[in-house]
Design a protein around this ligand. Structure first.
Ligand code: FAD
Ligand code: NAP
Length: 556
C-alpha cells in the first residue's frame, strides 16, 4: 500500500471497510464519479489494498444511467456485451430481459453490482468535486468539494464520464416560456406525463431519436425540430429468452475475450466482410447490407472494412440507409428531410432506434426542418423560427453534451507549478494514451480523450483502462514509486498519432461532438483514438511490458 503522510480528524471515515472511530481525510486514491468507471475502479483499487474513496456529485450511483432517465433510453450495444466482464459469477447470475436493456434495468444492474461487491460504503454521494491541486513537494493531490470538504490523496482517478455534462439550452426567451421544459440528461425522477400536450422536441441525435416515439405515444402533438439529419439504424430489439440466455452464458468468457480482440469491443456477426464494399457486385453488396440491417444495431457501419476510409464505398452504405428511410416514411418530403446527405455514414455516431422513422407516419407527429429556418427564440407560447411560430405546451431539449472534456474542465485541476488544465488544453485536449496528462502526475482519466472510449463499447473501454491502471498502481506500490508522470515527448507523439488516425479516415468530413463541433467556442480536435479496442490494448500492453515507457516513475 502507498503510505500516506497527513491526516486530519474532521472528515469522513477513510478506511476501506469503514472502521468506526478512524477519521481521516487522507487517502491513497480518490475516484471522482460513480458510474460504470468509478465503481469498477473502486472495486479494483480495494483489491489492491489502497484506501480509496469515490466522490459522486449525484444522489445515486449509476452515472449516465441515473441521469438519463428519459422514456425510451436504452443501450445500443447489446446488454450482454454492455456489462462488466470481471466476474464470471456476476455475468452468470444476471439475466438481461432484452437484447438492448432499458435505462431502469441498466441502473438496477449497476446498483446490484455495488451491493454484490460491498462497495456502497466507499462511495460518497451528493459530493461535487470543484478542484484538484497537485502538491509538487509531497507528490499528492488536494481535492476540494463544493461543500468545502478537503481531502488529499496520492492518486486521483477521474471517472467523471465522457457524456456527463449536458449542453445547456441557451435559446433567447427560454425564461419566458409558460410551460415546462426538460433536458433529457436531467430527466425528472418521477417522470413526465405529456398526455394531451403539444410537445416540441429539439434535437435528433441518439437521444432525440430514442425519445421521439415515446413522446408521440402520449402527446396530442409532437413537433420534432431537426437541424441535421442523422443516420439511424434499427436496433431489432427483442426479449432475451431462456435458450438465448443459456447460449450466451455457456460461452461468456470466450465471448468477452473475443470482444477485446475487436475494434469496437463486441463480437461481430460472421456476415460482415473483410473487403471493400466496392469489391462486390451491387446485388451481393446489398445482401450484406440487408443482413446487417436485419441483424440490428451499430454493426451495420462495419459491414465492409473500408466504409470509414473510402467515400465511394461509404456512399453505397449511406444510399442503402436513405432508401430504407424512403420505404419507412410515407410522406416523401419528410423522408427526404430525414435523409442525411451532408456527412458520410459513420462519421458521426450512428443512432440506433426502435420505430423512429415510422413515428413520422403518425397523425400527431411532424418534422420541422430547421435548415429552412433556424430557431430564433423561445416565446411564452412556443418556439419561433425564421420561418414562423409554433405553439407548444412543453419543450424537450435533446441537444447533447459537452463531451469528453466537459466534466474534466468543470473541475479546477492544477498540476505541476499550479498550471491549470484549462490552460494546457486551451487548443484541445492532449493526453498520453488517453489516461494521463503530462504535468499532471498521479492523475488518471478513465476513458479520457485520446483513448477509444466513445467509439467503442464503453464498458469494455472502461475495464481496459481500469485494469491497466490497477497494474500500474500495483507496480508503483511494489516499487515505492510515489510519482507517475507522463513525459511531454510521449504525449506529443500520442496526440499526433490520434490526429493522424482520424485524418486517415472520413471523420474530418463531419461536424460532430467527437470533435467538439457541437459546443460553440470549443476547439475542433477529433478527441477519441480511432485505432479500436484491440490495437489500443496491444499498445497499452507494450507500454507496460517496456517498464511503462513514456512515463517517469519517481521514488521520491
Ligand atoms: P458516467 O456514467 O457519465 O459517470 C460519471 C459520473 O461522474 C456521473 O455520475 C457524474 O455525476 C460524476 N461526476 C462528474 N463530474 C463530477 C464532479 N466534478 N464531482 C463529482 N462527480 C462528478 N455507451 C456505450 O458503449 N453503449 C451504449 O449503449 C451507451 N448508451 C448511452 C446512452 C446515453 C443516454 C448516454 C448519455 C450515453 C451512453 N453511452 C453508451 C455512453 C456512456 O456514457 C458510457 O457507456 C458509460 O455509462 C460511462 O460510464 P462512466 O462511469 O465513464 O461515466
Ligand atoms: P447529440 O448527438 O449531440 O445530438 C444533439 C442534437 O441536438 C443534434 O441533433 C443537434 O443538432 C441538436 N442541437 C443541439 N443544439 C441545437 C440548437 N441550438 N438548435 C437546434 N438543434 C440543436 O446528443 P445526444 O443525442 O444526447 O447523444 C450524444 C451521445 O450520447 C450519442 O452520440 C451516444 O454516444 C450517446 N447516447 C447513446 C444512446 C443509445 O442509443 N444508447 C442514446 C443517447 C445518447 P446538430 O447535429 O445540427 O448539432
Amino acid at each position: 500500500m502507498v503510505k500516506s503522510t497527513t491526516t486530519t480528524t474532521n472528515a469522513v471515515d477513510a478506511s476501506p471497510q469503514g472502521t468506526a472511530g478512524v477519521t481521516t481525510s487522507d487517502y491513497d486514491a480518490i475516484i471522482v464519479g460513480a458510474g460504470f468507471a468509478g465503481i469498477y475502479s473502486l472495486y479494483k483499487l480495494r483489491q489492491l489494498g489502497l484506501r480509496t474513496r469515490v466522490l459522486e456529485a449525484g444522489p445515486s450511483v449509476g452515472g449516465t444511467w441515473f441521469w438519463n432517465r428519459y422514456p425510451g433510453a436504452r443501450c445500443d450495444v447489446q446488454s450482454f456485451d454492455y456489462s462488466y466482464s470481471f466476474s464470471e459469477e456476476l455475468q452468470q447470475e444476471w439475466k438481461w430481459s432484452e437484447r438492448y436493456a432499458t435505462q431502469p434495468e441498466i441502473l438496477r444492474y449497476i446498483q446490484h453490482v455495488v451491493d454484490r461487491f460491498d462497495l456502497r460504503d466507499g462511495i460518497q454521494l451528493d459530493t461535487r468535486v470543484v478542484s484538484a491541486v497537485f502538491d509538487d513537494e509531497a507528490s499528492k493531490w488536494t481535492v476540494t468539494t463544493e461543500a468545502g470538504e478537503v481531502v488529499s490523496a496520492r492518486f486521483v482517478i477521474m471517472a467523471t464520464g465522457c457524456l456527463s455534462v449536458t449542453k445547456a439550452p441557451t435559446f433567447p426567451g427560454l425564461d419566458s416560456f409558460d410551460g415546462p421544459w426538460y433536458h433529457t440528461g436531467h430527466w425528472p425522477e418521477e417522470g413526465v406525463d405529456f398526455t394531451e400536450l403539444r410537445v416540441g422536441l429539439v434535437g435528433t441525435g441518439s437521444t432525440g431519436i430514442q425519445i421521439a416515439p415515446r413522446i408521440a405515444d402520449q402527446a396530442s402533438e409532437l413537433l420534432v425540430f431537426q437541424r441535421t439529419p442523422n443516420f439511424s439504424l434499427p436496433a431489432q430489439n427483442r426479449p432475451v429468452d431462456d435458450e438465448f440466455d443459456r447460449d450466451i452464458k455457456a460461452t461468456y468468457a470466450e465471448r468477452r475475450r473475443a470482444a477485446r480482440k475487436t475494434p469496437r469491443g463486441y463480437p461481430t456477426p460472421p456476415f460482415l466482410r473483410e473487403c471493400s464494399a466496392l469489391d462486390l457486385p451491387e446485388d451481393e453488396r446489398s445482401q450484406v447490407y440487408e443482413q446487417s440491417w436485419n441483424y440490428g444495431g451499430p454493426t451495420f457501419t462495419g459491414a465492409f472494412e473500408d466504409l470509414l476510409t473510402n467515400k465511394e464505398a461509404n456512399d453505397t452504405a449511406a444510399e442503402f440507409v436513405r432508401e430504407k428511410i424512403r420505404l419507412m416514411v410515407n410522406d416523401p418530403v419528410t423522408a427526404e428531410a430525414l435523409s442525411p446527405t451532408d456527412h458520410p455514414i459513420g462519421t458521426r455516431r450512428p443512432c440506433v432506434d426502435t420505430e423512429y422513422y415510422q413515428t413520422y407516419n403518425r397523425e400527431n407527429v411532424r418534422l420541422v426542418d430547421l435548415r429552412e429556418g433556424a430557431i430564433e427564440a423561445v416565446t411564452p407560447t412556443g418556439l419561433s423560427t425564421t420561418e414562423g411560430d409554433f405553439e407548444l405546451d412543453a419543450l424537450v431539449f435533446a441537444i447533447g453534451f459537452d463531451a469528453m472534456t466537459g466534466a474534466l474542465l468543470n473541475i479546477d485541476i492544477r498540476g505541476v507549478e499550479d498550471a491549470p488544465l484549462k490552460e494546457k488544453w486551451a487548443d484541445g485536449p492532449a493526453t498520453y494514451l488517453g489516461i494521463t496528462v503530462a504535468d499532471f502526475p498521479n492523475l488518471f482519466t478513465i476513458t479520457g480523450p485520446g483513448s477509444p472510449s466513445v467509439l467503442a463499447n464503453m464498458v469494455v473501454s472502461i475495464e481496459q483502462h481500469v485494469e491497466w491502471l490497477t497494474e500500474l498502481l500495483r507496480y508503483a506500490t511494489e516499487n515505492d514509486v510515489v510519482r507517475i508522470a507522463a513525459r511531454e515527448e510521449a504525449q506529443k507523439d500520442w496526440v499526433q498519432q490520434v490526429a493522424d488516425r482520424a485524418e486517415a479516415t472520413l471523420v474530418p468530413l463531419a461536424r460532430s461532438w467527437w470533435s467538439g463541433a457541437n459546443i460553440p467556442g470549443k476547439p475542433r480536435v477529433f478527441m477519441p483514438f480511432l485505432g479500436g479496442i484491440a490495437a489500443y490494448g496491444e499498445i497499452l500492453e507494450e507500454v507496460a511490458n517496456n517498464g511503462y515507457s513514456g512515463f517517469e516513475l519517481s521514488t521520491s
